[in-house]
Write a protein that binds this ligand. Structure first.
Ligand code: FES
Length: 517
């Protein structure tokens, strides 16, 4: 492993492991210097990932005074852990979009993909962002006849939607296949270089960025949002939650399921084995491949083994992914391993627009599945258009208040059935751990302690940190994520660090710290 744990010379991210993007110096200087308390801003954006920064830059450059508040640092969340594939096809396939929505919806989705890519390209050019942006082909392949049948449907629907796709005689990787198709003009980039370029351009245009500003309360009166963090109060006419899921409890919590995806950055023995393009198999969850060169070294970036947050063993997922990689590649070293969170929407298309049931002029963008760079970018366009009063062609398709037209709902309810179960049963289930003594250093678990349940972490020196395991969002019991050293909530993806501090998801309050005598 080259350098897979955080240290203070690197920007933080929402887990113990770092992605290769975080090799390098990514810090903002003096971005908060022009914050003027008492100013009524046009728009406050909460969240410093690709969605927040794209929205912020588009608004600020159109004359809207914008402020962005990030709970930790720019790129702390999923944008710092994405594999940064730029695709014009999505986890919701064009065949899905046709059958669950309409052929027109599939065409709109295709146009959204093209527009998102074009926007990334044009912002990178306009603001001279050197973000390793490269155009690639994207291979989607089947390993069985059954998968090939589905692939043919995807191919046909993609063509009908107007997407450039062809039959292929390779799949771009060393995995045997029976059928492969290729989407032309896909791409990849370095996500942190890109969003720091956006941040720089935003600040130069007069925008304000406040890092280490965790929003805890928001109130709306007389057309003004008053938003409180520990040290500041911000007033704005529009409020955008670019935080994956909006904080607090709302309808979106039951329409979006949190998932974690696992990634390895592999050094290969044979130079010729590094994939030249992007590749995806047809499994569920699927594997995804690409190559990126960082500081003169190539890495095969391989992802997969996704599962619902807090539901399975993250270390087993990494192990399975490495075993899979070794089956096909001669591996010199596993240089990086990290995991990242995304939300899967109930009907497979993201929710972008006004927060249903929220205060006026409150916007959200959530449910990107594995297509965060594209949907994050188009969210910036859609939300900035809505704030400015321009009509967006995608507004209706992605509207958070849309009534689900057909499929997806039953499946989603099934998938989320454990939410209700965990409210009750997990609080009373039997513990397997007998005592704190049995806990290995560097790990955490839920134990019974003096009649209560505790979330207990033992550090390498044997020091114990104990927390209430009850998630402050809606009361589910958190589970320990041994790979990222975090407490992950299985219900809506709230995550806390080993000291109980919120690192991601809808909770606004930290886990309660329990003193041990
Ligand atoms: Fe909703 Fe924990 S994130 S209960």
């Amino acid at each position: 492993m080259e350098n897979n744990t955080l240290n203070r010379d690197q920007p933080l991210r929402d887990g113990q492991n770092i992605s290769p993007w975080q090799k390098g110096e990514f810090f903002l200087d003096n971005a908060a210097d022009i914050f003027a308390p008492g100013t009524l801003y046009d728009t406050l954006i909460v969240g410093g990932g690709i969605t927040g920064l794209t929205t912020a830059l588009l608004l600020q450059t159109q004359g809207r005074q914008t402020i962005l508040a990030e709970a930790r640092n720019i790129g702390f969340g999923t944008t710092g852990g994405t594999t940064a594939h730029l695709n014009t096809f999505f986890d919701a396939t064009y065949a899905d979009a046709e059958s669950d929505f309409s052929q027109e919806a599939a065409r709109l989705l295709a146009s959204c993909g093209k527009e998102a890519f074009a926007l990334i390209d044009s912002l990178a050019k306009q603001f001279s962002i050197n973000c390793d942006l490269e155009y690639k082909d994207g291979y989607l392949y089947a390993e069985t006849q059954e998968e090939a049948k589905v692939l043919q449907e995807i191919f046909d629907a993609s063509k009908r939607a107007g997407v450039e796709v062809e039959e292929a005689d390779t799949n771009g990787v060393k995995v045997p296949f029976v059928k492969s198709i290729v989407f032309k003009k896909q791409g990849q980039f370095h996500p942190l270089k890109y969003i720091f370029g956006l941040a720089q351009a935003f600040v130069e245009a007069g925008g304000v960025i406040l890092e280490n500003t965790f929003i805890k309360e928001a109130d709306f009166q007389d057309e003004v949002h008053t938003v409180k963090a520990d040290k500041v109060i911000i007033k704005a006419k529009n409020l955008v939650y670019a935080t994956h899921i909006s904080p607090g409890l709302d309808i979106l919590d039951i329409r979006n399921a949190p998932y974690r995806s696992y990634v390895l950055g592999l050094r290969l023995k044979n130079e010729a084995d590094y994939p030249q393009h992007l590749s995806y198999d047809s499994k569920d969850p699927y594997h995804y491949y690409r190559t990126h060169e960082i500081e003169g070294k190539k890495y095969l970036i391989l992802g997969g083994e996704d599962h619902k947050t807090g539901h399975e063993d993250p270390e087993a997922a990494f192990k399975a992914l490495e075993e899979y990689a070794r089956k096909y590649y001669d591996i010199d070293a596993v240089a990086f391993k990290w995991s990242s969170q995304y939300y899967s929407p109930s009907d497979q298309l993201p929710y972008i627009g006004e927060l249903p049931g929220g205060a006026d002029n409150t916007y959200v963008a959530i449910g990107y599945n594995g297509n965060g760079m594209m949907f994050g970018t188009i969210s910036g366009k859609i939300i900035s258009d809505m704030i400015i009063g321009k009509q967006s062609p995608y507004q209706k398709l992605f509207s958070p208040s849309r009534i689900k037209p057909v499929a997806g709902f039953t499946e989603f309810v099934k998938e989320n059935a454990d939410v209700a179960y965990r409210f009750i049963a997990d609080r009373f289930s039997a513990d397997k751990i007998e005592s704190l003594k049995e806990l290995a250093p560097g790990t955490g678990t839920i134990v019974k302690y003096e009649g209560d349940k505790l979330a207990v972490y033992k550090d390498d020196a044997g020091n114990i940190t104990a927390l209430s395991p009850t998630c402050t969002h809606a009361g589910c019991i958190v589970n320990f994520n041994a790979a990222e050293k975090s407490w992950d909530c299985p219900c809506h993806g709230g995550r806390y660090d080993i000291n109980g501090k919120v690192i991601t998801g809808p909770p606004r309050r930290d886990l309660q710290n329990i003193a041990i005598q």
